[in-house]
Design a protein around this ligand. Structure first.
Ligand code: ATP
Ligand code: MG
Length: 358
């Protein structure tokens, strides 16, 4: 019997990115060889800060051509202690996200069994949110500059760009995401009280798009108030959409409220499917724990599961997540979740669970 086969570009990047991506690949290979419902091949793309130190660039000249040949990519993290963060981020991650218009960044946040939320009153059934981050414009559009550098009258600008096309497509995607979930509720995060152009457009478009989704209830919350709501009234939240910068911040908060940033997964999607989407844990390169075997691999493994779902292998992805939950329930947790398991202990336990369930 022939089964669907997928070619994945693996971009581990820097720091713990290498550890968590190799963990995710090991688990997915085990899943594929056990279930035999799909086959998968990973090709290592060694782009990152070491590559930059050798060549002066984070990626080879023809990197987009190379990237486009894959069905999807699995990304670790980028950033090194001796490289300014904006250099590494724009050198690799944004160099892929921006030209390929991977405009929807989906960040599910869930409490896993056996883990603890720092909230005093978490929702009884645990946190279960989906955060949708606009991934191509806003404060990360790359427009702006500096003049009179070093002078007392130096000026630096960072222009937040919002286009109607860009705002419509992300809000439409967010309403569709909310519609696909049982509670069918969307919170649109804004800041239109003080940002009087871009975020006012954002609010107007939200109201227009909402008309096409009569079965979805929605509310608008200012980003500052949203941080309070996430802590004090987490049960009122289901799907959240916001700008590039706002959701960058809120998704770290959300991940911590659910247990640890080490679990959080994300998908950088091109919903038009013209370009290969990219799947990556939310956390960064975390050099403080690199090389110590302490990295929680669940964010990368969950991202790989979301990649399988995107590729059309939802049953395999669901099966993998059930195995992950069973391992959490058994208390095999890394230090960030209060346990004493090492990265490889978690990987081994998940592989055994896959084997055990057949
Ligand atoms: P970036 O600059 O890309 O955000 P970072 O090095 O600041 O990267 P973060 O991902 O922001 O790292 O994480 C902050 C801290 O959380 C890390 O320094 C680390 O101690 C912890 N942490 C992050 N990811 C993990 C993980 N997968 N497992 C365990 N601890 C983690
Ligand atoms: Mg950080």
């Amino acid at each position: 019997m022939t089964v669907p086969s997928y070619r994945i570009g693996s971009i581990p990047g820097d720091g713990i990115g290498l550890e968590v991506i190799s963990a995710a690949i090991e688990v997915v290979r085990k899943l594929s060889s056990t279930l035999k419902t799909f086959s998968i091949e990973f090709t290592d793309l060694p782009w990152g800060s070491d590559y930059w130190k050798k060549t002066g660039s984070y990626v080879p000249e023809d990197y987009l051509e190379t990237y486009r040949k894959f069905d999807a990519s699995l990304f670790g993290s980028v950033g090194a202690p001796d490289v300014p963060d904006h250099v590494s981020l724009w050198g690799l991650l944004l160099a892929i996200r921006s030209p390929l218009q991977l405009f929807a960044n989906v960040r599910p946040v869930r409490t896993f069994p056996g883990t603890k939320s720092p909230l005093a009153n978490p929702p009884p059934e645990g946190i279960d949110w989906v955060l949708v981050r606009e991934n191509s414009e806003g404060e990360y559009s790359g427009h702006g500059g500096r003049s009179h550098v070093g002078q007392p009258w130096e000026v630096a600008t960072e222009v937040a760009i919002f286009t109607r096309v860009g705002v419509v497509r992300i809000l439409r995607f967010a309403f569709e995401t909310a519609q696909s979930r049982p509670r069918k509720h969307l919170t649109v995060v804004s800041k239109s009280n003080s940002l009087r152009n871009g975020l006012v457009l954002w609010d107007e478009v939200a109201a227009e798009v909402a008309r096409d989704f009569p079965d979805v209830t929605w509310d608008k919350t200012l980003v500052d108030a949203m941080t309070i709501r996430m802590v004090n009234n987490p049960h009122t939240i289901d799907t959240i959409v916001g700008t590039n910068l706002h959701m960058d911040i809120l998704s770290d908060l959300a991940a911590s409220l659910a247990g640890s940033i080490g679990i959080a997964a994300s998908s950088n999607l091109d919903p038009t499917r013209k370009n290969p989407s990219m799947f990556e844990p939310v956390h960064g390169s975390a050099f403080d724990i690199t090389g110590k075997g302490l990295a929680n691999p669940l964010g990368a493994i969950w991202s790989a599961a979301d990649m399988l779902t995107w590729l059309g292998e939802a049953p395999a992805a669901d099966h993998l997540m059930e195995c992950v939950k069973a391992v959490c329930r058994a208390g095999i947790l890394t230090a960030d979740l209060g346990g004493n398991a090492k990265t490889q202990d978690v990987v081994n336990a998940i592989c055994e669970e896959i084997e055990h369930r057949g």
